[in-house]
Design a protein around this ligand. Structure first.
Ligand SMILES: Nc1nc2c(c(=O)[nH]1)N[C@H]1C(S)=C(S)[C@@H](COP(=O)(O)O)O[C@H]1N2
Ligand SMILES: [Mo]
Length: 359
């Protein structure tokens, strides 16, 4: 049903949560069978023929659109964009301090696709957004028992982002029909923002004055380190939206045995929102000395950039480290201790990984 490669790292089967091994993410575009999956409920059964998208709330002309309407009444648009879960690289936070009840994602809760559909901006324009419509809320068809109370998965983004041309209602991924696992018949893609805002199995779009009160909107927030994630005060967390600069090492993999001497190190960096990656440095000695990695040019602000470097590693155990800067010169914080938070989101700290080198 999930149609994934056999070497996925599977955290849960139902709801399905799985990431590919890091070495599978070296391609610019991630194949469909390799793309990570992140779910909070069972896949809903949707008959695409009877399915309708409702657009309502603070609009002049509420809409009900079929897939045919979407395909024929609006210009089609394709955007390459990386999708990344806010829990990406949580495992590195958990090595610093445990985070009970959360999946220990590695760097692979990140994947890139060529998404096709229509710009959300065009659909909102047809509905006629009213002046006080400050947020655009999305509701999926899957009902999550993880929510309190159980409810469909939902999210919202500010109107300024929602009316940017790159935000899509997508029905195709890598020029193929959007797989059921990734939200067919229609999903939102919010390039440069945490994956949780890219609602799958989309059913309803609502223009409103406030952010959505859906459980998952504030669920995906960074709480202060001392907060109890099961008993939070309103406004205690910082609700996540745009991704911030970070990177990951994909090769070699954590704990690998490699020959001493010149070793190729590769990874990706992702700046998020409207920024690009400007520089990546790599160290083969735990951060004492650094070299500048060779960095791919940005395709657009919302897509990862791969980088590579050759480090000369001595025999024995060593720590590989990578750190990235974005186009505003913001740089990653050094330690997981700086960014640790009770739900384990947005680990932007330097990428670190131990390898053993043999002669
Ligand atoms: N309807 C719905 N949309 C959803 C989710 C979900 O559980 N239900 N998970 C979100 C999260 S947290 C992420 S990271 C991405 C993952 O998208 P993918 O499974 O296509 O990789 O989808 C988002 N959209
Ligand atoms: Mo996510």
């Amino acid at each position: 049903m999930w149609e994934k490669r056999s070497d996925m790292v599977v955290y849960d089967v139902e709801p399905f949560n799985a990431e590919p091994p890091p070495g599978a993410l070296l391609d610019h575009i991630t194949p469909l069978d390799t793309f990570y999956g992140r779910n909070h409920g069972p896949i809903p059964r949707i008959d695409a023929g009877n399915w309708r998208l409702r657009v309502d709330g603070l609009v002049d002309r509420p809409l009900e659109l079929s897939m045919d309407d979407l395909r024929h009444r609006f210009p089609q648009r394709t955007v390459v964009a990386t999708l990344q879960c806010a829990g990406n690289r949580r495992a590195d936070l958990m090595r610093f301090r445990d985070i009970p009840g959360q999946q220990p994602w590695g760097p692979g809760a990140t994947s890139t696709a060529r998404w096709s559909g229509v710009s959300l901006a065009k659909v909102l324009a047809e509905a006629g957004l009213q002046g006080h419509a400050a947020h655009i809320a999305f509701t999926g068809a899957d009902v999550s028992q993880e929510a309190d109370p159980p409810q469909p998965f939902g999210a919202s983004i500010p109107t300024a982002k929602a009316t940017s041309e790159e935000v899509l209602l997508a029905w195709a991924m890598n020029d193929q029909a959007l797989p059921t696992a990734h939200g067919a018949p229609l999903r939102v893609v919010v390039p440069g923002w945490i994956g949780a805002r890219s609602v799958k199995w989309l059913q309803r779009i609502t223009a409103q004055a406030q952010p959505t009160d859906n459980y998952f909107q504030t669920g995906y927030s960074v709480l202060p380190p001392e907060a109890d994630p099961h008993n939070t005060e309103p406004g205690e967390g910082i609700t996540l939206g745009p991704i911030t600069i970070h990177c990951a090492i994909l090769q070699p993999e954590y704990g690998a045995q490699v020959p001493a001497g010149p070793t190729h190190v590769t990874g990706f960096a992702l700046a998020g929102d409207d920024r690009t990656v400007a520089r990546v440095d790599v160290s083969g000695d735990g951060g004492s000395t650094w070299i500048r990695a060779d960095l791919d040019a940005p395709e657009n602000p919302w897509t990862w950039q791969h980088w590579r470097a050759t480090l000369t590693l001595p025999a024995g155990g060593t720590e590989l480290v990578a750190r990235a800067w974005d186009s505003t010169a913001a740089v990653q914080p050094e330690s997981p201790a700086t960014v640790w938070n009770p739900r384990g989101y947005a680990n932007t700290s330097w990428a670190r990984l131990y390898v053993t080198c043999h002669r």
